[in-house]
Design a protein. Structure first.
Length: 405
């Protein structure tokens, strides 16, 4: 049992946050769910828990939100400026409040989307690598470390691929597979480093009451590591007929995007094609201001320049066509991961033991995917109208509210 008066949950309407609220409520722990927007609270309105609506960047609001709370589970997400400032504000407010525990949900991405295979443990220093998401997650985590150095009883958890009912990892995978011609990077040999959502919440609960957790960072994973091919094939097996899972090398992906010439080049030709369209010009001429601009431009551009513009707009033979599903570079880096993250430290200090295996986690996820309409064949092995009794709380809404925390 978690001995605390009340826990403030940020990011309470996200995939992980919603499940945290459910699990803590089931355990009899008073919860105050911080909601950024009331319109996004659909998945927690069924719970008899307290909710407060406000902005983490508002220091006055945070002081009020933390009243009578002696622990914080920080799951909120956002862009760099928002989440880093919000984390700094929350750390400062929690320290002033004198909370007994501050749990910060970080990510293994603080070591990069494709971390070096020399990575050994949570003790490795964080180093920015120029990947925006990874870099601002480092900034947010560093805000917590700064608080810890000043005496905040903080704990940092670093999961990787968090899956389960409502997870975008699962939803996106079945949707891509259902379209056909899905390609894994490097035959899917990279490590997927999954953690089932309930296993992660076991780690959160342990962090809330174990003294050894304070001042530490932990990788949180499932017991048995799997590859990206195993992850993809487990989802392909949910569809009827099971789609083919293809492969593409990282070198081929990188060559494809180099040939694309970057966002500016890929945008220039379609934009120029639009500009030279007679239909668009005729429409714009009905607006006096645009008619004046078009006339001014027309008077200043020479015939040879006009010919060059038309040629550039129409010359696309050298740009490769996406005839197959080419993964984006973020996906490519993630699927190239050669590091098997270990939760050995969490097992030692938190007594963390992942209770749900990947096989069992996928069974539970399959039932939710079928119920939520993500499996295209109603004859899927999962019974569409049935959800495991242990997970009835997951059927509070259909797809659309299932995002990352």
């Amino acid at each position: 049992m978690i001995a605390t008066r009340r826990i403030l949950i940020t990011g309470a309407t996200g995939f992980i946050g919603t499940r945290v609220c459910e699990r803590l409520h089931q355990a009899g722990v008073p919860v105050r769910a911080l909601v950024h927007s009331g319109s996004r609270a659909a998945r927690i309105v069924h719970l008899p828990i307290e909710t407060v609506t406000g902005d983490l960047c508002d220091k006055t609001f945070l002081r009020e939100a933390l009243k009578e709370c002696d622990a914080v589970v920080h799951l909120a997400k956002g862009g760099r400026s928002d989440i880093v400032l919000a984390t700094r504000n929350l750390v400062a407010a929690a320290a002033r409040r004198g909370v007994s525990r501050f749990i910060h949900m970080s990510t293994t991405a603080v070591y990069g989307l494709d971390p070096p295979d020399t990575l050994q443990s949570e003790r490795e220093p964080l180093k920015k690598v120029g990947e925006s998401y990874c870099d601002w997650k480092i900034d947010a985590e560093n805000a917590v470390w700064a608080g810890i150095r000043r005496g905040l009883p903080g704990v940092i958890l670093r999961p990787c691929i968090v899956y389960g009912p409502h997870s975008r990892w699962n939803i996106n995978m079945v949707e891509k597979l259902a379209k056909g011609d899905y390609r894994l990077v490097n035959e899917g040999r990279g490590w997927c480093n999954t953690v089932y959502v309930d296993n992660l919440i076991d780690a959160i609960e342990a962090s809330l009451h174990r003294p050894a957790a304070i001042g530490e960072a932990f990788f949180i994973t499932d017991e048995k590591p799997i590859t990206w091919r195993e992850f993809a094939e487990a989802h392909a097996a949910l569809l009827t007929p099971s789609p083919r899972v293809g492969t593409i090398t990282r070198e081929e992906v990188e060559a494809f995007y180099r040939a694309q010439g970057g966002l500016l080049r890929r945008s220039t030709r379609p934009f120029l094609s639009l500009l030279i369209s007679p239909e668009l010009r005729d429409t714009l001429k009905t607006v006096p201001l645009f008619e004046y601009v078009l006339k001014s431009i027309g008077q200043r551009i020479t015939p040879s320049q006009k010919t060059a513009i038309k040629g550039l707009a129409r010359r696309d033979a050298d740009v490769p066509k996406r005839t197959v599903d080419v993964p984006d570079m973020v996906t490519t880096m993630i699927q190239s991961c050669q590091v098997r993250f270990s939760s050995e430290k969490a097992g030692r200090l938190l007594e963390y033991v992942p209770r749900v295996s990947f096989t069992e986690g996928m069974k539970r996820t399959e039932r939710w995917l079928a119920w939520a309409g993500h499996l295209r064949d109603a004859r899927s092995r999962a019974c569409v109208g049935s959800v495991p009794a242990a997970h009835q709380e997951f059927v509070t809404c259909r797809a659309g509210n299932g995002g990352a925390a």
